[in-house]
Structure formats: C-alpha cells, structure tokens
Write a protein that binds this ligand. Structure first.
Ligand code: ADP
Length: 402
C-alpha cells in the first residue's frame, strides 16, 4: 500500500510517498514560497535531488504540481501512474474539541475542519486547501486527517483548563490543546516498546520534542496526561523565537510602553523572543551555543533559561505522574545537542537520573539510543522522530479500519 503524506504549512508543503507494507520511503519533497515570488519544488528519490521552479499562487496550484512531479521520471517521480496512491494522510493542525483520533475525511468531517479553522489561522486554511485539492485530483482515494493535537486529547480537564471564567471555555473553546502530538506519539510508542523489550518499566515517560518549536509531554501508560504548549504553540518552554510561558499582564505593559497593538505583541512573543530575543544572536541553537562558548553572556543566559525550563517541566511531570521511568529526547536539538541534553538532566539525580556522559556525546542515530548509565533508575533515550511515518501508519490504520 502506497501512502502519500502531505504536510502543509502557511507557505510551504512537504510530502512523502511511503510504501507501507515495508515502511519504505520512496520519495520526498517540498514546495517553498507558496504565494510568494520564487516558489519552487524540490524532490528527492534514489539518492538524487531535483528542482522545479514555477510560480505558485496558492496551495491548490502547489498540490497540482506535486501530483505531476510524482509521475514525472525526469524530476525523480517514482510512480508510473498516480492511481498507485491508495490513501493520503494529511497533517492537520487542530482537532478543536471534535475528534480524539485521526479521522477519515468525509464531507461532514471536512465541514468540522472548516469550522475549526479559526483555531489555527496560519495552518488550517492550507491544510483544508490540500484536502480539497486531493479530493479533486485523486477522486475516490481516501483522505485521512492526522491531527497535531489529537494525542493530547486524553489530558484530564484539570490539566487542559485555564483558570478563567468557565463560560468562556464553553463559548470560545479557550483551553490548552498542545501540539507536536504526532511526534510525541511516535517517540513515546517507540520508547515504550524499547523499554518493554528490554525489561524496563514504561508507565511514566516524559517526551521532550526540542527543535525550533519545543514541547514537553507527560505520557502515562501510553496516554498523554499533560503537555507544555497551550491554546497555541506559544506556551511552554522558551523556543527559537517564542517566549514560552509568560505573565499575560506583560501584554498590557508592552502595549503601554511600546505603543504596540495586541496583535503586534503576539507577533513579538512568537517571532522576536526566545533564543533570538534573549541572546540577540540567533534563533538557531547552534549559533547561540557557539556564541555562548565565546563568552557571550546573553547567549549563555538564553541557553541556561532553556535547559532550566525544560528541567522544571520534567520535574513537574514526574510529580504529575507519581514518578518517572524514562526521559525521551527528540527534535533537532533533542537529537543532536549533547550540551543541551546534559544541561537539562543535570540536577535530576534526585529523581534517579544518571547520564552516561560518553554515550551522550556520541553522534550515531539508531531508532533508539540509551544515554543513561546502567545504574540509572530512569532510562534516558534519544529517539529520532518521524512524523511522516506516524501519519502514514495512522492513515493505513484508519483506511483499513484497524
Ligand atoms: P523544527 O521545529 O523547525 O522542525 P528542528 O527539529 O529541525 O526544527 O530543530 C531545529 C533546531 O535544532 C535548531 O535550533 C538547530 O540549531 C538544532 N540542531 C539541528 N541540528 C543540530 C546539530 N547537529 N547540533 C546541534 N543542534 C542542532
């Protein structure tokens, strides 16, 4: 069974074709600058990379080009005919409060996605445009929505509620939802299996997805019980350009002192804060750490704020779950930065965490790598994430009715 995985961002569209009987990646690609001058598609297959430049006004035009390129051998297309695609899995940002799992996109389900578009004004219109294009270009092929928020729908109300007047939760759905759910689900499932296969406890796992955007999730007996992002991805730990948790009154101070509108403050908190805002150097953790090593104090401070906050989330989730069996690191920073990992777990010895420093420094990336010592009471693992494979697995499960 060949599954097309589609991941649409506000001006981008990434895709993969995966043969699901063997879970083999056949080809992958991406379109950038949709709706902006200079849009182009890159496609990779058989170890080669191809580039197609074409003006693309919107996601529908982008999707049409993608479909053509999949069967065009001169640009690395891997299909003889587009009918080889048996199902399409779409990464969709938001479930709202309507779904708790991935779902087959029927006309009714599509209406619900449209109703919830206001919850993700940057991503949801792009997600919906791709679903509609797919329905036109590949009639009869099932489309499955795999939601970024679905894994977090098992959170108890006391974890997802904000302590604001209850009727505003009821009327406007103001609550915490969490994001990166597909990644947290993939790495927690992978870690759980590894722990069970190796005879370790697996009931209380904290997954740390640390990249440009970062979130931490508490996974108890395979289910999410808390996560650090909230109504939007702004809440939680400091990120590349996001502030993370902040007292909401700061918004009023910024409006007064800097004569900003609320919208401008929200952009400032999402795009100008975090590593970039504190260090003044870069939103990229590598550049920031390089500067910190040269003695740049603000870069050091930004890095320390990050490791401190991730540590606090791990500690609070250990409290939420009544203990801790495993910490999982994933995402660009989680998978690659030994320095950040060491900074995060330092001080968690009281929970039984003992890092194997030599193992932590190694660069290999198997599906699971343990970086805790044999004596450690808590397993510390690196699990490279694979959101596309998780989407393809869910798509197959939903289509096959498993
Ligand atoms: P996104 O959230 O956009 O998917 P990624 O998961 O790709 O982001 O993570 C990007 C972050 O990962 C950047 O801060 C980058 O510096 C960091 N990163 C990527 N590769 C490495 C590496 N080899 N060493 C240290 N940090 C890395």
């Amino acid at each position: 069974m060949k599954v097309l995985v589609v991941n649409a961002g506000s001006s981008s569209l990434k895709y993969q074709v995966i043969e699901m009987n063997t879970e083999t990646l056949l080809c992958k690609g991406g379109i950038e600058r949709i709706g902006i001058e200079g849009s182009n598609l890159t496609q990779e297959s058989g170890g080669k990379k191809y580039n197609v430049e074409k003006p693309l006004a919107n996601h529908t035009e982008g999707f049409d080009l993608l479909i053509k390129c999949l069967t065009d051998k001169s640009v690395g297309g891997v299909l003889d005919d587009i009918s080889e695609i048996e199902a399409v899995g779409h990464r969709v940002l938001h479930t709202g409060t309507d779904f708790d799992d991935s779902v087959l996109i029927t006309p009714e389900a599509l209406k619900i996605l449209e109703k919830n578009a206001f919850l993700g004004p940057l991503h949801m219109p792009a997600n919906i445009a791709c679903v509609k294009s797919c329905m036109q270009v590949l009639p009869g092929v099932p489309n499955v929505a795999v939601f970024d928020t679905a894994f977090h729908t098992t959170m108890p109300a006391y974890a997802y509620m904000y302590a604001i007047p209850y009727e505003d939760y009821e009327q406007f759905k103001i609550r915490r939802y969490g994001f990166h759910g597909t990644s947290h689900k993939f790495v927690s499932q992978t870690a759980k299996k590894w722990l069970e296969d190796n005879g370790f406890a697996s009931g209380r796992i904290v997954t740390c997805h640390l990249g440009n955007g970062s979130s931490i999730t508490a996974v108890k007996d395979g289910k999410c019980v808390d996560t650090s992002m909230g109504m939007t991805p702004l809440e939680g730990v400091p990120m590349g350009t996001r502030s993370g948790d902040i007292d909401a009154s700061v918004v009023e101070f910024l409006c007064n002192f800097k004569k900003m509108t609320v919208g401008e403050v929200i952009t400032y908190l999402n795009k100008k804060s975090g590593f970039l805002g504190v260090s003044g150097v870069s939103s990229d953790s590598r550049n920031m750490l390089e500067e910190a090593h040269k003695g740049n104090e603000r870069a050091r401070l930004a890095a320390d704020m990050f490791t401190y906050k991730v540590k606090k989330y791990i500690g609070s989730y250990a409290a939420a779950m009544g203990g801790l069996d495993c910490i999982v690191f994933t995402g660009g920073i989680g998978e690659n930065s030994d320095e950040m990992r060491e900074g995060i777990v330092k001080g968690l010895e009281f929970l039984g965490v003992e890092l194997d420093k030599a193992e932590n420094k190694k660069r290999e990336k198997p599906p699971v790598r343990e970086i805790s010592t044999k004596a450690s009471k808590v397993r510390v693992l690196i699990v490279p994430t694979n959101e596309e494979l998780m989407i393809a697995r869910d798509t197959r499960r939903i289509v096959k009715g498993e």
